[in-house]
Every structure is written in structure tokens, then in C-alpha cells.
Design a binder for this molecule. Sequence first.
Ligand SMILES: *[C@@H]1O[C@H](CO)[C@@H](O)[C@H](O)[C@H]1NC(C)=O
Ligand SMILES: *[C@@H]1O[C@H](CO)[C@@H](O)[C@H](O)[C@H]1NC(C)=O
Length: 197
Amino acid sequence: MDLQQHSYRAVKFLIFLIAFGVLVVAENPCASGPPVDTNPAECCPTPMLIEGSIMMDCYQKYGEQTKKQLKLDGVPRGCCIAECAMNATNMYADGMLKRDDVSKMFMDAMKDKPEWMAVVRDATNACFELAESKKEEIEAGAKLEPSFEGEKICHPISGVVLRCMGMMMFGQCPSTVFNESENCKKLREYGSMCPMI
Ligand SMILES: *[C@@H]1O[C@H](CO)[C@@H](O)[C@H](O)[C@H]1NC(C)=O
Ligand SMILES: *[C@@H]1O[C@H](CO)[C@@H](O)[C@H](O)[C@H]1NC(C)=O
């Protein structure tokens, strides 16, 4: 094969890659994961909404099962770490979160962080609205049967709200807190379109 032919094939291959890449990206900008391996916590240290010791305890109980569940397809499964935390703070009962109490708990957690108050208040409203709009999917998730030995089925409402809070807080990170490095800006752009948690 002469040099010209070789480079022609390379160019064709490159065009194929680009076209394919662009198509995939156009379809789902999240498919290839975050563009940088920067830890979101280095870009925006979001404050805890629920006491750290409760989260640790719930993570210890349900962390392994949650990792397994993330690999399953189909109707999204409820996150038991989140439900465990909402139970421990008395915020969950009968497939519902006590919205007013949750709002108060989140705002109380921000009492020494005035820069976060507006963000958390708006995020709380937005996330409860999101949960309302996903009601059917959430109810379907609550009715799933265990798909592996020992799987505990949790109601998805707590996970939907907590995950949404995390994304909203990262996305709306106050400018006084956000780390304006190039990688962090890329991550914020990605986080505004794609789930990161
Ligand atoms: C800001 O982000 C960069 C990564 O993009 C990281 O290396 C650096 O440590 C961060 N700075 C702070 C103060 O967290
Ligand atoms: C949370 O409490 C409810 C009872 O209100 C219980 O059915 C459920 O299993 C608890 N969830 C977790 C993760 O402990």
C-alpha cells in the first residue's frame, strides 16, 4: 500500500470516528461520562443536608446494594441509602416525604452558610416538583420485586429528591464557593446536562 492510499484510509477512518462520535454525543451528551476526572467536591464543596453520621451509617448499610442496583436496567430502583437517611430523620412515611419538615431540615443545615440559603430553598422547591412530575415512574419503582438475593426494595422518592438536591446545588454553586479552574468549568457544564451522582 502506498503512502497516499494509507493516509486516505486513515482520513476516512478519522471522519468515521468523528461522525460517529458526534452522532453519539448528539443523541446522549452524557454517554461518555464526565469530560474530566476532577472530583466534583474539589470544584464545589456542597454542604451536607443531612447529618454526616446518619449518612455514613446508611451508606454502610446500603452502599453495596446501591452499587449493584446502579448496574440494573429498567425502572429506576429506589435508593435505600436515601430512604434510610430520611427514616433516621423522621422525614419519610408511607411513600411520602414530609415536604415542610424536609425544607426546614435543609434550611436548618444551612444556618451557618448564608451563601447557600437561596440555592437550597430554590432547589428544594424544584426537586419536590421534579418528584411530582416523575410520580408514575417513582410509584413503579416502589412496586419492583427484588432482583437479587437479599435486595431490599426502597421507595424511590427519597433518592430522587436527594440526588436532585445534589445536582441542583452543584449546578447553582455560589460563585464565592465555586473553584473557577478550567476542569471545574467543564464539569459544571457537564453537570448541567447529565446526572453525576
Ligand atoms: C480546584 O480544582 C482543581 C482541579 O481542576 C484542583 O486541582 C484544585 O485543588 C482545586 N482547588 C481547590 C481550592 O479545591
Ligand atoms: C423506612 O421506614 C419504613 C417504615 O415507615 C420501612 O418500611 C422501610 O423499610 C424503612 N427503610 C429503610 C431503608 O430502612
